[in-house]
Design a protein around this ligand. Sequence first.
Ligand code: ATP
Ligand code: MG
Length: 207
Amino acid sequence: MFITFEGLDFSGKSTQAKLLHEYLKKRKIKSILLREPGGTTISEKVREIILDREHIEMTPLTEFMLFSASRSQLVSQVIKPHLKKGYVVICDRYYDSSTAYQSYGGKMELKQVLEVNDIATGGLKPDMTILIDIGPKAAFARANMRGNAKDRMENKNLAFYTKVYKGFKDIANHNKKRFVVIKGTLTINEIHHTITQKINKKLNISN
Ligand SMILES: Nc1ncnc2c1ncn2[C@@H]1O[C@H](COP(=O)(O)OP(=O)(O)OP(=O)(O)O)[C@@H](O)[C@H]1O
Ligand SMILES: [Mg+2]
């Protein structure tokens, strides 16, 4: 089973992905936790290029292509082989992030982004995507509480995150079958509990 986590910066994706991974390990269910961009040697190198603050001349298309290249390598080298071996693969961000950030929030055309997403992943869709639903203002409030991380969000403005947020909501509405939308302002434990219930149901195991 392939599970992805999506949502704005600071929504709580990494927190929940890690908790789910630990929960599955405790239950002796084989699982692997990955993050995007990254997860393979090549993908981590691409990540460095994308996140390097000195690369200010990077065009939106180059950035999107790099995300896609990193994802493509991750899918072929890690995700697909683990799914074949029966693992639960948990991925902290996947192609919905490209759609939300690069298309809704950025300059890329939606149709092109969806096409490249499909090419980069060989059409590999998540079985379940958990959208941790937190609006841009709440995300900024959390960023403010975490001093140094604040700069990252302030690089882009509230208008940008408002568009990205709308993007996530639209994507979820267009893919109702695979999306589980959870209010990100609930407590960490409440969110974790909702997630494990959904996953157990999907895996057909008791809570
Ligand atoms: N449900 C919650 N309620 C309050 N605070 C939370 C909740 N979930 C996570 N946090 C806190 O919010 C911050 C961001 O969480 P986390 O790093 O998991 O977010 P993220 O979505 O992975 O962000 P990024 O996109 O930047 O990687 C952390 O300080 C975390 O402890
Ligand atoms: Mg994170």
